[in-house]
Ligand binder design. Structure first.
Ligand SMILES: Nc1ncnc2c1ncn2[C@@H]1O[C@H](COP(=O)(O)OP(=O)(O)O)[C@@H](O)[C@H]1O
Ligand SMILES: [Mg+2]
Length: 361
C-alpha cells in the first residue's frame, strides 16, 4: 500500500488481468496524485500509471474524462498505422463496469493509463532541440484533433484563457485590496494597467476555435529515450475548445526563459531568442499545415499575452491574500508575477525580431 492511497484496491476495479505487485508515487506533477503501478504477467512485469484526479480544481471529473476518452480514441485511430503507435498516444484502461474511471469510497476519481515505456518527461528545457521536439508534438496534437467529430468538447474550466475576465478579476482585487497589499505592489499594478489594451486582441481577431491542450508545459510531453522525439503528449485534463495560440503562447512562457517561475533574481529571467526560434520551427513543422495566416501573425504576441495572463493571476492572488496558489513565503505570488512581467519586457524588446522570424518561415 502507498502512504496515501490503497492503490492495490483501486487497481482491482480496472480491466487488468495481471497480478498487482506494488505502487509508488510518481513524477513531479503538482495537480493530480500519480502512481506507477507494477503488475506481474507470469515471469515479466508490466507498468501502468494510475492517477487520482484533483477534483478541487476539476470540479466535473466525468465531463473531463469524457473529453479525454474522445480525444485519446480519436488520436489512437489517427496514429494507428504509424510505427510504435501504442506509444504515441495515452491509452485509458477501462474499469470493470466499462467506464474509464473508478470512484473510490472517499469519492476520489481514479483512472489508469498504459505506461509509455522508453520515454521521459523533463522539468526543464536544456536544448533548442528539446524545445523543437516539444513544440512539434503539441502542434501535431492540435493537428490530429482538428477533425474531431462533433459535439464540441466540454468546457471543463470555463473562460480558462479569457484574458479580459482575468484582467477584471485583477482590477477587482486592486480595488478591494482586502489584505492591504496593493501599496507593496504599485510598480506591478501600474505595469498591468498600462497593458490593459492587449487583453482583448486575440479574442477580437476572429480566430478559429480549435481543440487545444491548455497546459503545454515542457514536462507534459514525453521524449523518446533513444531518438529524443516528442513521442507523446500527456496530461490531458485541460483539453478543451480554445485558440491554437493559447497553447503556443504557454510554450513561449514556460520554455524560453532559463529561470524558475518564482525566481527572485530577475536578471535571470529572459526570453532566449534561440529557444523561441526552436519553438516556432517545431510548432510550424506540424501545425503549419492547418494554421491560418491570422494565427501565424500572432505567434510572437501569444507568448506575451499568456505571460500577461499568468502575471495577472499571480498578482490578483497576491492581492487577495494567496487564496488560490500554494505559497511558501509571504511574497511568493508577487515574485511569480514579477517573473512573468520581466518576461513580457524581454519579449517586448525582441518582438520586432520575433515577428520577422515568423514572417520568414
Ligand atoms: N502514461 C504515462 N506513461 C509514463 N509516464 C507517465 C504517463 N502519464 C504520466 N506520466 C508521468 O507522470 C507525471 C505526472 O503526470 P501528469 O499527467 O502530467 O500529472 P500532473 O497533472 O499532476 O502534472 C508526468 O510528468 C510523467 O512523467
Ligand atoms: Mg503534468
Amino acid at each position: 500500500m502507498s502512504p496515501k492511497h490503497d492503490v492495490g484496491a483501486i487497481a482491482s476495479h480496472f480491466q487488468i488481468d495481471d497480478a498487482f505487485l506494488s505502487s509508488t508515487p510518481y513524477g513531479s506533477g503538482h495537480i493530480n496524485d500519480t502512481y506507477c503501478v507494477i503488475f506481474s504477467q507470469g515471469a515479466v512485469t508490466v507498468r501502468y500509471i494510475f492517477q487520482r484526479i484533483n477534483h478541487r480544481i476539476f470540479t466535473n471529473p466525468a465531463a473531463l474524462m469524457e473529453n479525454i476518452e474522445r480525444v485519446t480514441s480519436h488520436l489512437a485511430a489517427r496514429v494507428s498505422s504509424e510505427p510504435d503507435s501504442l506509444r504515441r498516444v495515452l491509452s485509458l484502461i477501462p474499469a470493470h463496469d466499462g467506464r474509464f474511471w473508478h470512484v473510490d469510497p472517499e469519492r476520489n476519481y481514479w483512472r489508469a493509463y498504459r505506461f509509455i515505456e522508453r520515454a521521459r518527461s523533463y522539468d526543464t528545457v536544456t536544448s533548442t532541440n528539446q524545445a523543437f521536439q516539444a513544440a512539434k508534438a503539441f502542434g501535431r496534437f492540435q493537428k490530429l484533433l482538428a477533425d474531431l467529430p462533433a459535439p464540441r468538447l466540454h468546457d471543463t474550466i470555463p473562460d480558462f484563457h479569457h484574458t479580459p475576465k482575468r484582467f477584471a478579476n485583477f482590477d477587482h482585487a486592486v480595488n478591494s485590496d482586502v489584505v492591504g497589499r496593493a501599496k507593496s505592489a504599485l510598480p506591478e499594478i501600474d505595469f498591468a494597467y498600462k497593458r490593459h489594451a492587449i487583453t482583448a486582441i486575440l479574442l477580437t481577431a476572429g480566430l478559429p476555435e480549435r481543440v487545444t491542450h491548455n497546459d503545454t508545459k515542457f514536462n507534459n510531453v514525453m521524449l523518446d529515450d533513444s531518438t529524443g522525439e516528442g513521442i507523446c503528449v500527456i496530461d490531458l485534463d485541460t483539453v478543451m475548445p480554445g485558440l491554437a495560440l493559447y497553447d503556443f503562447g504557454d510554450m513561449v512562457r514556460t520554455a524560453t526563459s532559463p529561470s524558475l517561475e518564482d525566481e527572485k533574481d530577475l536578471s535571470k529571467v529572459t526570453m532566449q531568442f534561440p529557444m523561441f526560434e526552436a519553438l516556432v520551427r517545431g510548432y510550424l513543422a506540424s501545425a503549419g499545415e492547418f494554421l491560418t495566416k491570422e494565427e501565424r501573425q500572432y505567434l510572437a504576441f501569444s507568448g506575451k499575452l499568456i505571460s500577461f495572463e499568468m502575471g495577472l493571476r499571480f498578482l490578483a492572488d497576491y492581492l487577495a491574500g494567496d487564496t488560490y496558489y500554494k505559497v511558501n513565503r509571504p511574497d511568493h505570488n508577487l515574485d511569480r508575477c514579477r517573473t512573468q512581467f520581466k518576461l513580457i519586457e524581454s519579449i517586448e524588446q525582441q518582438e520586432g525580431k520575433m515577428n520577422r522570424l515568423v514572417d520568414s518561415l
